[in-house]
Design a protein around this ligand. Structure first.
Ligand code: PLP
Length: 390
């Protein structure tokens, strides 16, 4: 039998060394810094001749435990935990890119990531070229002599489109580019992009990893070599995760697999219900046979995730009316919570985009996104059903 620990065992048994108090569950290390025995101990620690905690902006036992778990779950070598998913994404790019470099990204990425590409990276003369989800064949033609990174999200937010991790991994390898995947919607339980050639994997831990809508967090994991650059950037610029958040998130990981199993079971039932509703023009869920990239989803994902999107006939007004009729589910900006959350992207998160720009990322006027929670699925469906007009 293999000695490699299974997913759930890693999630539960990866643990910071016990203290003299013999605690069972990892305590919270709310401390900004750590003490040294003498001047030599301090010198050697700062010179990185010893692996130890110095200051919680660099490492802390709670963040190390959280990072060690995600590193093992993703099949990575090293990682660093950030205050939010966005600080993880920004720091990863800032650490690896130089002025004049170029990025190729899928157009369907989280809104703030897109803003980073279009508003902030150009300040350092870093440009991004985009391909649409159905244009992966064009990706190679976008690569220039100064391209350094290929960046994707799969499933995408909010459209739940699926990109072929393996295919893009081969292109990245052929051109010697750093391949980065935002794995937030899938979690390492559903999909491990490194298996398909990714060099770095990023998560917003705020979503399913926390899973209970409590804390913000982010993490980047990957090869030792790339993580060293990212670590040095983060250690000196300060986007570190707080020990408290790391403690919460590490506990959350202990139940990740059973929570995600149920989220996905509920989401598939909600998607199947919506497919049969006459007021719904289309439903998108990676594990529905009708999903345009169903075969790719089946190849690279263990389950379909907890996000379902669907379109109500009647455009923006119908989308808003649906939200107004919702009784139990929450109208909130988060996702991946125990509580089911409904959002209407074209009147909220993507409201400032032109209709053309929205359509480019698959957001039609009547599109509704549901982050399916862990309430009894019959109650979730009943709420959606009545809001759709019964
Ligand atoms: C796919 C994706 N990536 C990144 C982020 C950003 O994460 P955070 O809100 O933790 O900064 C989000 C947030 O919704 C997201 O959905």
């Amino acid at each position: 039998m293999s000695n490699k620990k299974k997913f759930e065992t890693v999630a539960i048994r990866t643990q910071t060394e016990r203290t003299q108090f013999s605690e069972h569950s990892t305590p919270l290390y709310l401390t900004s810094s750590f003490v040294f025995d003498d001047a030599e101990d301090m010198r050697a620690s700062f010179a990185e001749e010893k692996e130890r905690n110095l200051y919680s902006r660099f490492t802390n036992p709670n963040t190390t435990e959280f990072v060690d778990k995600i590193v093992a779950m993703e099949g990575a070598e090293a990682g660093y935990a950030f205050a939010t998913g966005m600080s993880s994404i920004f720091s990863t790019f800032a650490a690896l890119l130089n002025a004049g470099d170029h990025v190729v990204s899928c157009r369907s990425v989280f809104g703030s990531t897109h803003t980073m590409f279009t508003k902030f990276l150009p300040k350092w003369n870093i440009e991004t070229s985009y391909f649409k989800v159905n244009e992966v064949a064009l990706l190679e033609s976008l690569i220039q002599s100064n391209t350094k990174i290929i960046y994707i999200e799969t499933p995408t937010n909010p459209g739940v489109d699926i990109l072929d991790l393996e295919l893009i991994g081969k292109i990245a390898k052929k051109h010697n580019l750093i391949y980065i995947v935002d794995n937030c919607f899938a979690t390492p339980y559903i999909q491990q992009p490194i298996k398909f050639g990714a060099d770095l994997v990023i998560h917003s831990a705020t979503k399913l990893i926390d899973g209970q809508g409590r804390v913000l967090g982010g993490i980047t994991v990957g090869s030792k070599e790339l993580m060293r650059e990212i670590y040095l950037f983060a250690r000196n610029t300060g986007p570190a995760m707080s020990p408290f958040n790391a403690w919460v998130l590490s506990k959350s990981l202990e139940t990740l697999s059973i929570r995600v199993d149920r989220h996905c079971e509920n989401a598939l039932k909600v998607a199947t219900f919506l497919e049969a509703n006459k007021n719904v023009t289309f439903v998108k869920y990676p594990f529905l046979k009708s999903h345009p990239q169903y075969e790719i989803a089946k190849k690279q994902m263990k389950l379909g995730g907890n996000i379902v999107v669907f379109e109500i006939e009647g455009g923006i007004a119908a989308g808003c009316a649906f939200l107004d009729k919702i009784k139990m589910c929450s109208l909130s900006a988060n996702l991946g919570d125990t509580r089911t959350i409904v959002t209407h992207p074209s009147s909220t998160t993507h409201g400032r985009l032109s209709e053309k720009d929205r359509l480019e990322v698959g957001i039609t006027d009547g599109l509704v996104r549901i982050s399916v929670g862990l309430e009894d699925v019959e109650d979730i469906i009943a709420d959606i059903h009545q809001a759709l007009g019964g």
